[in-house]
Design a binder for this molecule. Structure first.
Ligand code: AMP
Ligand code: MG
Length: 492
């Protein structure tokens, strides 16, 4: 393995704070070189904000770095250990097909994990090939960048390279590697790993590390581990409220896929809902609908309870007291979630002030959308622009007209003008979301025909979902009705 020519100023500025944790938390492992790396997509603006100077590198060198064939200067690759509840069942996991190159310290002083996903086998591969395929990696790129543009905390995607190798799934597919950028990859599952297989000292080391990295403000608190729990609960409540408000369905909310930083992570079978229905599930493996749209807030609480359990030895020396503290913290989650959801729904409906009947106004609205099978995103758009395009079926219904009158009256009971409401709604209701049929169309062109223009156009319109520009118009259309429900598959 070669090191990149050190005389080129590539902008890499790595630190390795995670590697200073006890060595139980990771295994040092280099990415396995691939046959023929080629750059498929590259996120120039993200690269610039990371401080990378890709202009000084030839295209081939960029591909070699993001394929793992060349280790960038200062990188000390490792795979992280973690466990997790997958569909409720607890197992040991870990980075089975990913390596962390290091933490890039950006020009603005942020510390961000740079991880290659699909980079070969690691000690945590459990028989898997350590590889990833092109379709799912491009899908993660599109979805995560769309989430970022929707102002939802998320890991980012820096690059996708094809490997020139075939990966065997149900059929032979093109291999690919995604470079993921994250506030960190510490998961609920990382704490579960520490609590189950580590000593109390190792658990404490992880908690102290996490506080220092993500929640330094709690260091001064009397019970900083309780504060850590409370802060994680706050961020997750806020995050999941944002998912609900945009119709995002994660699809695989296992505890290893829930970050401690509060970023959305792991874009496997995720998808956005079209018609409003709380029972919506897209993932082919989620047969019982555990991770259905309407279950996400509750699963958030379940996962956070698993996180709280891991912290018990640190919360209080008296076990009963520790359990009591953890339970109280978890109880706050629903209230926090509800607060963020209500505030977000008020904004989506152009409401500035607070009235006690707001919740029933919102619930009745959701119920109408469900009954009349209305598109979630487009119904809010129709209210924003006072046009019934695409949702005429709903707008013609008597019960909806009554609701609309109630909503109009509600808007008149605030100081802000109609125009203020319109502006608030424009800014709270995205013109476009990554609709499943549009994402599939872009992936098919890229994977089957090596035509990346469809994906580039899609990424471009998704990059500013609140622009409400004429080019976005055609992307607002929901898919044609089909007998075949849309299905997503885990990102393998
Ligand atoms: P995910 O479904 O992406 O959250 O992955 C769950 C676990 O399976 C993680 O420990 C992954 O590292 C591991 N995994 C997924 N795909 C592979 C693969 N092709 N080879 C080895 N490990 C994998
Ligand atoms: Mg995962």
């Amino acid at each position: 393995m070669t090191k990149i020519n050190e005389s080129i100023d590539t902008g890499w500025n790595f630190d390795h704070s995670y590697a200073r944790l006890p060595d139980k938390f990771y295994s040092r492992i280099e990415p396995e070189p691939v046959r023929e790396p080629e750059l498929a997509v590259f996120n120039q603006s993200l690269a610039a904000s990371l401080g990378l100077n890709t202009n000084s590198l030839k295209n081939g060198e960029v591909a070699a770095v993001f394929a793992g064939n060349e280790i960038p200067e200062g990188s000390e690759p490792l795979a992280q250990a973690y466990a997790g509840h997958q569909f409720g069942h607890f197992t040991m996991l870990g980075d089975g097909r990913a390596v962390l190159l290091g933490e890039q310290i950006t020009p603005s002083g942020e510390r961000l994990d740079i991880q290659l996903k699909g980079s070969g086998q690691t000690p945590y591969s459990r028989g898997g090939d350590g590889r990833a395929t092109l379709g799912p990696m491009l899908r993660e790129y599109i979805m995560s960048e769309a989430m970022h543009a929707l102002r939802i905390p998320t890991t980012r995607s820096l690059a996708v390279v094809t490997t020139g190798e075939t990966v065997i799934r149900e059929k032979p597919l093109s291999g690919a590697i995604l470079t993921r950028v994250a506030a960190s990859h510490i998961r609920v599952g990382t704490f579960q790993y520490a609590a189950n297989w580590g000593t109390d000292e190792e658990l404490r080391a992880l908690a102290d590390y996490t506080i220092n990295r993500h929640y330094p403000e709690v260091e001064a608190e009397e019970n900083q581990y309780l504060s850590l729990l409370q802060e994680v609960i706050k961020r997750q409540a806020k995050l999941i409220a944002k998912w609900q408000l945009t119709g995002f369905i994660h699809g695989v909310m296992n505890t290893d896929n829930m970050t401690i930083s509060g970023e959305t992570i792991d874009y496997g079978p995720c998808a956005f809902m079209n018609d409003y229905d709380p029972a919506t599930v897209f993932s082919s493996i989620d047969r019982k609908g555990r991770y259905a749209y309407g279950n996400q807030p509750g699963i958030g609480a379940w996962n956070l309870a698993r996180f709280a359990e891991t912290l018990l030895p640190l919360l209080h020396e008296d076990r009963d007291k520790a359990v009591e503290l953890a339970e109280d913290a978890i109880k706050d989650y629903s209230q926090q979630f509800h607060h963020h959801w209500l505030a977000g729904m008020r904004a989506k409906l152009g409401i500035f002030n607070v009235e006690k009947d707001d919740q029933s106004l919102m619930e009745d609205f959701l119920h109408l959308m469900e009954t009349h099978k209305a598109d979630f995103t487009n119904t809010f758009l129709a209210l924003t622009f006072d046009k019934s395009d695409g949702v005429a079926d709903l707008f013609e219904k008597e019960d909806f007209k009554q609701w609309q009158e109630r909503w109009q009256k509600r808007l008149s009971r605030q100081e802000e003008s109609k125009d203020d409401s319109h502006q608030l709604m424009r800014n709270s209701n995205p013109a476009i979301i990554p609709r499943n049929h549009r994402v599939e169309e872009a992936l098919e062109a890229a994977v089957e025909r090596e035509d990346y223009s469809v994906m580039e156009k899609l990424l471009d319109v998704l990059s500013n979902p609140y622009a409400h520009s004429p080019e976005q118009e055609e992307y607002t259309r929901p898919p044609e009705p089909s007998d075949q429900p849309y299905q997503t598959f885990c990102g393998t």
